[in-house]
Design a protein around this ligand. Structure first.
Ligand code: GLA
Length: 390
């Protein structure tokens, strides 16, 4: 058995006491290859689950208490709650994600009659933009569904996770992260149409190339409010376009169609926001085609173009992500590089030729430290499966 889980089981007994039937679970993190800020605009995304993620150990209680412990937030100790008080509490910190999912189950008619003891540990860096929170949400879905025998498939789990995040935690996120994690498949990316939730698995055969993630280590502040602001700007742009034509989402438009109606958008900033949503969706469609045709060069160029659009039209990059990505573009053996996730800090993703990975990390790391003043971290990642009981 893997060490991290062995350690977690020991910690569970220390913190929660012995006895009962203890079950073990895992849910991955995710990285998005292309299709950024399209998932709340009815567009396409192309993420994949990672082999790193969150491990959980859980047991049913005989009363209605809920007890939570995370080794990543050891200083917070065991956080206690109750099935009868499923409300957001600031002091419950990370445990709000778990409470939120239990609440989402209840809101969807799946009511728990007993509480749980739950301990977890993640090996995705917190707040890195690799979806440690969605990983925890989907882990909780798996824990609750398996322990209480609710019939919850991956699509429903992703909806419950998003519901918890939108209505309990208060972040207006789209469904990409939860879907990528709940539906993850080793060696594959998930090509998802967020307007219909139709999806396909696309094999990622990078033939001698590796996926390298760069973590800016930027401490993010206010990212949720900026995220919600971008969402509102897209909604305002759509409402303006709807005065001319009956579209339901920006993702329905091609760039040519958008050019013909963009004059209706009143705020010039919103023109750029909407142009990103439209162009990024089109790039995602092209990128997936390129990959099907084994045209990795085009795939990489579309990743680069995605970053430029996120930098100039959507303005969610910042000097840290721009430094990582623009330095990556200059390195030998790099097919493409872009920011990934919500932005404003977080991570970059690059496709790098295997024999160039070490030099890539050294060079990009050096330039980043010189320019930003502190170090970035790099992870060479593998595409893993969705959640499972271990
Ligand atoms: C965050 C959100 C996702 C998605 C991305 C941007 O990760 O949780 O729903 O909007 O940002 O693509």
């Amino acid at each position: 058995m893997i060490q991290i889980l062995e350690d977690l089981k020991k910690t569970f007994t220390e913190k929660m006491g012995p006895g009962g039937e203890i079950l073990c679970f895992f849910a991955p993190g995710r990285v998005n290859l292309i299709g950024e800020h399209t998932d709340y605009n009815g567009g396409h995304v192309f993420p994949c689950a990672l082999t790193v993620g969150t491990y959980g150990v859980a047991r049913k209680r005989t009363d209605s208490k809920l007890r939570f412990y995370s080794a990543n937030f050891d200083e917070l100790g065991v956080i206690e709650s109750d099935l009868h008080e499923l409300t957001y509490k600031k002091e419950d910190d990370w445990a709000n994600y778990v409470k939120g999912v239990i609440w989402a189950f209840k809101e969807h008619g799946m009511v728990l009659d007993q509480g749980i003891d739950f301990a977890c540990v993640g090996n995705i860096p917190n707040k890195s933009g690799l979806s440690s929170s969605a990983s925890l949400e989907i882990l909780t879905c798996k824990v609750i569904a398996d322990i209480f025998k609710f019939d919850v498939d991956g699509v429903l789990a992703s909806k419950l996770g998003q519901y918890a995040e939108n209505h309990f935690v208060g972040v207006n996120c789209g469904i990409m992260d939860q879907f990528a994690i709940a539906m993850g498949k080793a060696g594959h990316a998930v090509f998802l149409d967020t307007a219909t939730l139709e999806y396909e698995y696309a094999p990622i055969d990078l033939a001698g190339y590796r996926i390298v993630i760069g973590n800016t280590n930027k401490v993010r502040r206010l990212e949720d409010s900026k995220y919600n602001e971008r969402r509102s700007q897209c909604e305002a742009a759509l409402a303006d376009i709807q005065t001319l034509m009956p579209v339901k989402a920006l993702g329905e438009l091609t760039l040519d169609e958008f050019d013909l109606v963009a004059y209706a958008i009143k705020d010039p900033v919103n023109v750029r926001r909407a142009r990103h949503a439209v162009s990024e969706n089109q790039r995602t469609l092209r990128a997936v085609k390129a990959l099907q045709n084994k045209d990795l060069t085009t795939f990489g160029r579309l990743m680069n173009a995605s970053h430029v659009s996120l930098r100039d039209d959507y303005e969610v990059t910042g000097i840290e992500l721009d430094t990582l990505v623009e330095t990556a573009w200059q390195q030998e053996g790099v097919l493409g590089a872009r920011m990934t996730g919500a932005g404003f800090g977080g991570c970059s993703v690059s496709i790098v030729r295997e024999d160039c990975v070490d030099a890539f990390i050294e060079n990009v790391g050096r330039v980043y430290k010189e320019r930003i003043g502190y170090a970035a971290d790099f992870y060479v990642v593998e595409i893993g499966d969705g959640p499972k009981q271990l």
